[in-house]
Design a protein around this ligand. Structure first.
Ligand code: NAP
Length: 667
């Protein structure tokens, strides 16, 4: 991975000479909204905004809602669901105008615009209404500015207000970058022998991110070099390595080191963290604060299928993939049909002799063609060389993946009473998915029937198709709407009575949700986090981060913190790390040693969470819906009920009314 570009680098590479040919290709291929904004930056000509607001308005009234194909090449069905696309005639006009006004001198005449102008530009770029409340988050998420510190910074953190971070995945690395920048001492322990978390672990064929590359990355480290609109696992891991290298993080990360326990010492106001290294050595560490950066999906779900251990061939879970495993000419059974299974099947289908896809209950699958599309070279060039192009591109990617989708899982009771979908909006996704099934299987009603879900849309994650449905049509592929009931040495028996011979069984069966309580964490008065959370089944945290009785413990990406109506883990990462730094700085500024959440604040917050979730399909998924969003009692423990902009706003700084502090002892 070559250059990353921080917010402060701006977007222009001074070294490269811009040729007319490069510029032409960029203009012809670049996303039109971001291209138009870049034109405004380069020329400083705000009349371009008037001009294109008028063109857009004229086009809309003339075409009365007709939409173009999406920029990324997805079907126009997707454009019906997602806002943000310009009508074709406007796209043509933008490109024509860009050819006229852009020259090889692309020095920007306009920097980051003031909020009023920024709002106007954001609205035109995204072809949407953009209210003032979104401006701060868009400035940050577009990479126009670094997340603003809120707690006044007048003092340097003392050396003894140091932090242990558990995990070196997306959030752990983010925490390391920001703790370092804020002047806090820190150490990261990572159980695996590499950084990268999910993306170092999930190395099955086809592993990829299903959130757009230009958004699923740090807003303070834009990467103009993404090769695809959705990154592959290896490319994402490369990005994380590049970030770790750029910020010199490795020196503070101990790899192959598992955290066994963490105990709060009230008298000393310190955590004692016990680790086991690769050589088995047990070590004790002290730190003022602990940040768990463990992600959500750690523990693999291995189905309890009788006879699984008697299988003569290979049984492998996707999260424990062996890169040496040779699938060539093998008979493979794949169990599961989530994001992982569809990526795997689409990517191994050419290699195997036979493939049996075992689908217990299909997800709603949508035709997101851009999942496998390369970013064309002209657009990549624009990311690197057209001022602010990549910022606007990222802003738009964020916009389309976030609160536009907030109402999707929300139930309209009247609608839901008579439909499988839960609202008219939710129904549009269902119709897109149904049409996709129709289009893919015009003469295979058998496949269509087997892949038609009976669950409400959004009750389980919507799956973007990298080629799974097409793969099912291949002659050597069989589709089974069934569950495995037993395994014999030479194959799998299914609930439909069929027996499938196999050399390899792939468990694409996902994970069990486990927040931090799988580590032995003891807070005030000897209380265990796992007891508080009923063995992990009922995790509750204030803002998804703090647990009463566990001072200076910050559980990142904790309960009810995942933006399941949109995406992605990246924004949770940045929000949570920001909130932690603000809390720690508050301690510094006010001569405190620890912060805890008041039990009543934790309870009140969770009441609000439950009340809001009760209006969603996650809390009322319908009959027989399984999956990792809910606990044993059916309470959704993963999804965050708030709009991203609301949650982001809640996490700007500590609400001291909800928190309780301990003063530092006199030296
Ligand atoms: P998943 O969404 O939990 O899907 C697991 C699949 O296994 C489901 O189809 C499930 O069927 C099936 N299954 C589980 N136990 C079974 C059993 N005993 N018998 C038959 N089928 C069984 O897991 P995943 O696909 O690994 O995805 C997990 C999460 O990882 C995703 O939701 C996503 O958040 C993330 N992911 C992300 C990306 C990305 O691009 N960022 C890529 C891959 C995964 P039922 O539906 O009937 O339970």
């Amino acid at each position: 991975m070559s250059t990353l570009s921080t917010v402060t680098d701006s977007t222009i590479d001074e070294e490269v000479e811009v040729t007319a040919e490069d510029l032409r290709a960029a203009i012809d291929q670049a996303e039109p909204g971001a291209l138009l904004m870049s034109m405004v930056h380069v020329t400083g000509d705000l009349a371009l905004l008037d001009e294109f607001e008028d063109i857009l308005a004229d086009s809309r009234s003339a075409s009365a809602g007709e939409t173009a194909k999406t920029h990324y090449g997805a079907s126009s069905d997707a454009a019906v669901v997602l806002p943000g696309e310009f009508p074709t005639d406007v796209v043509v006009a933008i490109r024509k105008r860009a050819h006229e006004v852009l020259t090889t001198d692309v020095t920007p005449r306009l920097g980051v615009p003031e909020p009023g102008l920024f709002r106007r530009m954001a609205a035109l770029c995204t072809v949407s209404e953009v209210d003032d409340e979104f401006i701060p988050i868009l400035l940050e998420q577009g990479g126009f500015e670094l997340g603003r510190r809120r707690v006044p910074v007048t003092k340097t953190p003392p050396a003894d207000l140091d932090v242990i971070v558990i995990g070196a995945g997306m959030i752990g690395l983010n925490a390391a970058v920001k703790l370092d920048a804020a002047g806090f001492g820190y150490k990261v322990f990572e159980a695996r022998d590499d950084i990268g978390g999910t993306w170092s672990r999930n190395i099955y064929p086809g592993a990829a991110v299903d959130t757009p590359s230009h958004y699923y990355s740090y807003s303070f480290e834009l990467n103009p070099n993404w090769s695809r609109y959705y990154p592959t696992g290896p490319e994402y891991l490369e990005y994380m390595h590049a970030v770790a290298e750029k910020y010199d993080l490795i020196k503070n990360i101990e790899l192959s080191t598992s955290v066994l326990s963490a105990d709060w010492d009230e008298a000393e106001q310190k955590w004692t963290v016990v680790t086991r290294g690769a050589d088995g050595r047990i070590q004790h560490h002290r730190a003022a604060a602990v940040v768990t950066a463990l992600g959500v999906l750690n523990s693999i779900n291995v189905p309890d299928i009788p006879g699984l251990d008697t299988f003569d061939g290979t049984v492998i879970h996707t999260a424990e993939w062996d890169p040496e495993l040779d699938l060539t000419d093998k008979r493979v059974v794949v169990i599961g049909t989530g994001c992982t299974a569809v990526q795997l099947v689409a990517n191994i289908v050419d290699d195997v002799a036979a493939l049996a896809a075992v689908v217990r209950s299909p997800h709603w699958i949508v035709p997101e063609k851009s999942v496998v599309n390369d970013v064309p070279s002209g657009e990549k060039w624009a990311m690197k060389h057209l001022p602010y192009f990549q910022n606007w591109f990222r802003l738009k990617a964020y916009w389309l993946a976030s609160d536009n989708l907030y109402m999707m899982p929300r139930i309209d009771p009247d609608w839901a009473a008579t439909h499988l979908s839960v609202s008219a909006l939710n129904d549009r996704v269902m119709q897109v998915s149904l049409r996709y099934l129709d289009q893919t299987f015009p003469d295979r009603p058998d496949l269509k029937e087997k892949m038609t879900p009976t669950v409400r849309p959004y009750a389980k994650r919507i799956v973007k198709d990298p080629g799974f449905l097409e793969a099912l049509k291949r002659d050597h592929v069989s589709l089974h709407r069934a569950s495995p009931t037993s395994v014999q040495p030479n194959g799998v028996t299914l609930s439909d009575g069929e027996f499938v011979e196999a050399d390899i069984i792939v468990l694409a069966t996902g994970f069990k949700v486990e927040y931090a309580s799988f580590i032995d964490i003891t807070g005030r008065n000897g209380e265990k986090l796992s007891d508080r959370w009923d063995g992990g089944n009922d995790p509750r945290a204030y803002l998804g981060i703090q647990v009463a009785g566990f001072p200076n413990l910050f559980v990142t990406a904790g309960p009810n913190a995942a933006p399941n109506h949109g995406a992605g883990h990246n924004i949770t990462s940045e929000e949570h790390v920001h909130y932690i730094i603000e809390n720690l700085q508050y301690l510094v500024e006010n001569n405190m040693s620890s912060v805890d959440v008041k039990p009543e604040a934790l309870a009140a917050y969770n009441e609000r969470v439950d009340e809001s979730l009760d209006k969603t399909v996650w809390a009322h998924p319908g009959e027989g819906v399984t999956g990792y969003y809910r606990n044993q009692q059916g309470r959704p423990i993963v999804p965050c009920p708030w709009r991203l902009v609301d949650y982001w706003t809640m996490l700007r700084e500590p609400n001291t009314d909800d928190l309780v502090y301990t003063s530092r002892r006199a030296e």
